[in-house]
Design a protein around this ligand. Structure first.
Ligand code: ADP
Length: 619
C-alpha cells in the first residue's frame, strides 16, 4: 500500500471537515512508523480516539491511500471496520484472521474488539489521538473562518467530536458561545430529578458532588478521571434502585441506558453474550455522557469463590475478565450505576477502586420518608402531617408498595369522579390483626429477657422496650417487639464481652422458656434475628478472631458469612451457643418474677424504659 502526497491528501480531505479532522489524526498516528512516503507492506490497524465515530476515520483512511481510479470500487475491501455495525437480518461478523485478504487498513473503535491473531498479523497498531488545536484551527482556515484563540482551541480539543465539528462550522464564534457548548449534551427529561425525590438521604451527598464534577467536566475545567464514575446500589426489591438511576440521569442532564446482566445472557452463547455486553458499552462511549444502569450485577458471577471445576467456571471467568476490560476502557462522561439485591455475591475485582468503588445500601424507608413518598405520588395534594399517621401503619413497606397504594387510592377517587382524599389512602391500608393478650405478654416477656440481661451483663446502661398491638399478616416477617439499648461502648471487645453479646441475644428466648416453658419461633428465621446474630458472633470468635479453644484463622469476618467452618469448629460454635443459652436459662429462671413484673408493665404501657441503677424499681 502507498500513501498519496500531501497535496492530493489535502484536496481529498478538505471536502468534509469531520473527515479532515479525522485525516489529520491518522496522518499524525503514522509518525510511529516513519514517513508516509514509504510503501507499507501488510496492513495497518488504526484505533480511533475513544468516543469518536468510525465513519469519518473510514472516509479519511480512503483519502490518504493511493488508489487507482478503478480501485475505488474496491474500497470496501481495502478499508474495513474491525467490528462493523450489526445489521438486521445479517449475521454479525467481526473481522477474523481469515478475511484479511485485500485489506490495507482496519479501523477499530477499541483494540479489545480486534482478535489477537489479527493484531499480531498487522504491520502496526496505531492509536489515533483526538484532533489537536492546530488541526482544529486548520479546519477553520480551510472554511475561510477566522481561527480560534489559543484557549478556545485548547478547550475545544478536549470536547466530544460533535462539539468540535459544530464549533469549527460556525462562521462567527465568540466567547459567549462557549457556554452554549457546555449544554449541548445536556438532555432534558420529564422524570423527577434525584434531588426532588424523598428519601435517598444516604446517596444524595455523593450525587451532589457528582453533579458538580460533571458540570466542571462539561466546562472542561475538570478532567473526567477525577470524577467518581461508578456506584453500586443494593437493597431489597422496590427500594428504588432503578428509580435512582433514572433520577440521577435527570439530575445530571444525561441520557440513561438501562440493561441487565440477564438481558446480555439471554442472547445465547458466550460469544453472543460478550458481543451484547460490548455493544451496550459502545453505545454509551460517545463522549457525551450517559448513566449506564446495569441491574442484577450479581449475576455476572464470581471468579474467586465460585470455581467448582464445572464447565461454567470458564464461562464466568471470560465474562468477568471482559467486563473488567470494558469497565476500565469506559469513555468520558459515563457513570455506571450497578444494582443488586445481593451485594455479597459480586466479584470483588468489580468493586475495586477505580471501577465501581462506591456502595450504597438503600434501606426500607422510615416513617417520615414513607409519608413523603406517599405525598410525592399523591402529587402533594394531601397535607404531610396526615400522611405521617398513615405511614405509621406501613412499617416494612418499600417505595414500590407505597406507590402502588397511592395508585390504587387514586383509582378509587377517579372512579367516583373526585380528587384524592385521605380516606382513599386509609381504605388501602393493609388489614392489621391484633395480637392476643397471651401473645402480647409473650412479646413483652421476650423483650424483658433481652433488656434485663443487657443491664445485668454490663452491655447497656439503659433499655427502652416497645411492643406493638397489631401486625400486618401480609409481610414476610413482622416485628412485634423491639428493645433499644443505651449501649456501653465496647470498641475493643474481649472474649467475655463477645460472649455477653451472645447471651443478650439469646436472653429473649430464654425468658420465654423460663415463663412459658415453650419458646416461639420469634428468635430466628431471619438475618438479623436473635439466633442469627448469636451464631454469627460465635462463628467469628471461633473461626476468625482466634477466640475458640484453638486460636485459628479460617477467613475474614466477611468470608465466614458464606462458608462453613471445619466440622470440629462448627461443633465448638454449637457448644458455645449451648453454654450461653444455659447461662441465660438459669438467669431468667432465677429472675422469673422480675421478668414477669417488667413484662406486665410493658403490656400496660406499650413502651417502658429501664435503667441500670433503677433495675429493682422497674421490677
Ligand atoms: P428497585 O429497582 O429497587 O426494585 P424501583 O426503583 O423499581 O425499585 O422502585 C419501584 C417504584 O417505587 C418506583 O418506580 C417509585 O414509584 C417507587 N419508589 C421507590 N423509592 C422511591 C422514593 N424514594 N421516592 C418516590 N418513589 C419511590
Amino acid at each position: 500500500m502507498q500513501f498519496v502526497d500531501a497535496k492530493t491528501r489535502n484536496e481529498r480531505l478538505s471536502k468534509d471537515m469531520g473527515v479532515f479532522l479525522a485525516g489529520c489524526g491518522l496522518v499524525r498516528a503514522t509518525r510511529a512508523i516513519g514517513r508516509l512516503r514509504y510503501d507499507v507492506n501488510g496492513f495497518l490497524i488504526f484505533v480511533v480516539p475513544q468516543g469518536y465515530r468510525t465513519e469519518e476515520y473510514e472516509a479519511a483512511a480512503l483519502a490518504i491511500i493511493r488508489v487507482k481510479r478503478d480501485d475505488w470500487v474496491e474500497k470496501e475491501i481495502r478499508i474495513r471496520l474491525a467490528n462493523p455495525p450489526r445489521k438486521k437480518g445479517v449475521v454479525h461478523r467481526p473481522i477474523s484472521i481469515f478475511d484479511l485478504s485485500g485489506v490495507d487498513i482496519l479501523i477499530a473503535k477499541d483494540i479489545a474488539s480486534v482478535p489477537r491473531d489479527v493484531c499480531f498479523a498487522a504491520t502496526a497498531v496505531l492509536y489515533v489521538e483526538p484532533p489537536t488545536t492546530q488541526h482544529i484551527n486548520a479546519a477553520r482556515r480551510l472554511l475561510g473562518n477566522s481561527p480560534f484563540s489559543d484557549d478556545v482551541a485548547a478547550m475545544l480539543a478536549k470536547c466530544p467530536q460533535n462539539v468540535q465539528l459544530a464549533a469549527v462550522l460556525k462562521p462567527t464564534f465568540t466567547k459567549d458561545n462557549i457556554h452554549e457548548i457546555d449544554d449541548f449534551d445536556r438532555i432534558e427529561t420529564n422524570g423527577p430529578s434525584l434531588f426532588d425525590l424523598p428519601g435517598y438521604e444516604e446517596v444524595k451527598p455523593w450525587a451532589r458532588d457528582l453533579v458538580k464534577g460533571v458540570s466542571r467536566w462539561r466546562q472542561r475545567t475538570l478532567e473526567w478521571k477525577l470524577t467518581r464514575a461508578g456506584v453500586l446500589v443494593s437493597g431489597l426489591p422496590g427500594t428504588g434502585k432503578t428509580l435512582f438511576a433514572s433520577a440521577l440521569a435527570t439530575a445530571l442532564g444525561m441520557r440513561l441506558v438501562s440493561t441487565t446482566v440477564g438481558a446480555w445472557q439471554a442472547t445465547g452463547t458466550l460469544d453472543d453474550m460478550l458481543a451484547a455486553m460490548r455493544k451496550t458499552f459502545e453505545s454509551v462511549n460517545d463522549g457525551k455522557g450517559a448513566v449506564l444502569f446495569i441491574d442484577e450485577i450479581d449475576a455476572i458471577g464470581t471468579r474467586l469463590t465460585r470455581p467448582s471445576g464445572h464447565h461454567g467456571d470458564h464461562y464466568w471467568q471470560v465474562v468477568v475478565t471482559d467486563f473488567l476490560t470494558l469497565l476500565s476502557s469506559l469513555g468520558e462522561g459515563v457513570i455506571i450505576v450497578a444494582a443488586t439485591n445481593y451485594p455479597d455475591w459480586i466479584d470483588p475485582a468489580i468493586l475495586r477502586a477505580g471501577r465501581i468503588d462506591e456502595h450504597f445500601t438503600l434501606s426500607l424507608p422510615n416513617k417520615l420518608t414513607r409519608a413523603e413518598i406517599l405525598s410525592h405520588h399523591a402529587g402533594g395534594v394531601l397535607p404531610l402531617e396526615s400522611l405521617v399517621d398513615i405511614a405509621e401503619d406501613l412499617d416494612g413497606k418499600a417505595g414500590a408498595d407505597l406507590e402502588r397504594l397511592v395508585r390504587d387510592a387514586l383509582r378509587t377517587a377517579r372512579s367516583e369522579d373526585r380528587e384524592l382524599e385521605l380516606r382513599d389512602l386509609e381504605a388501602q391500608l393493609p388489614e392489621k390483626l391484633r395480637y392476643s393478650p397471651e401473645q402480647c405478654l409473650r412479646l413483652a416477656v421476650h423483650e424483658s429477657g433481652h433488656a434485663l440481661a443487657a443491664l445485668a451483663l454490663g452491655h447497656a446502661t439503659g433499655a427502652t422496650i416497645e411492643i406493638k398491638e397489631t401486625f400486618d399478616p401480609s409481610l414476610d416477617a413482622f416485628i412485634g417487639g423491639t428493645t433499644t439499648y443505651d449501649l456501653i461502648p465496647d470498641y475493643f471487645p474481649t472474649a467475655t464481652s463477645l460472649r455477653n453479646r451472645i447471651a443478650v441475644s439469646l436472653a429473649g428466648m430464654a425468658a420465654e422458656i423460663a415463663v412459658f416453658g415453650d419458646p416461639s419461633i420469634g428468635s430466628g428465621g431471619e438475618i438479623g434475628s436473635d439466633v442469627e446474630r448469636a451464631t454469627a458472633i460465635a462463628r467469628r470468635m471461633v473461626g476468625s478472631y482466634g477466640l475458640g479453644k484453638t486460636p485459628v484463622f479460617m477467613g475474614t469476618v466477611k468470608e465466614l458469612a458464606n462458608k462453613p467452618l471445619p466440622e470440629r469448629l462448627e461443633v465448638e460454635v454449637s457448644q458455645m451457643l449451648a453454654e450461653e443459652n444455659e447461662r441465660m436459662l438459669s438467669m431468667m429462671t432465677e429472675e422469673r418474677e422480675r421478668v414477669l413484673a417488667l413484662a406486665a408493665d410493658i403490656v400496660t404501657h406499650g413502651t417502658v424504659k429501664i435503667e441500670r441503677g433503677g433495675l429493682a424499681d422497674a421490677a
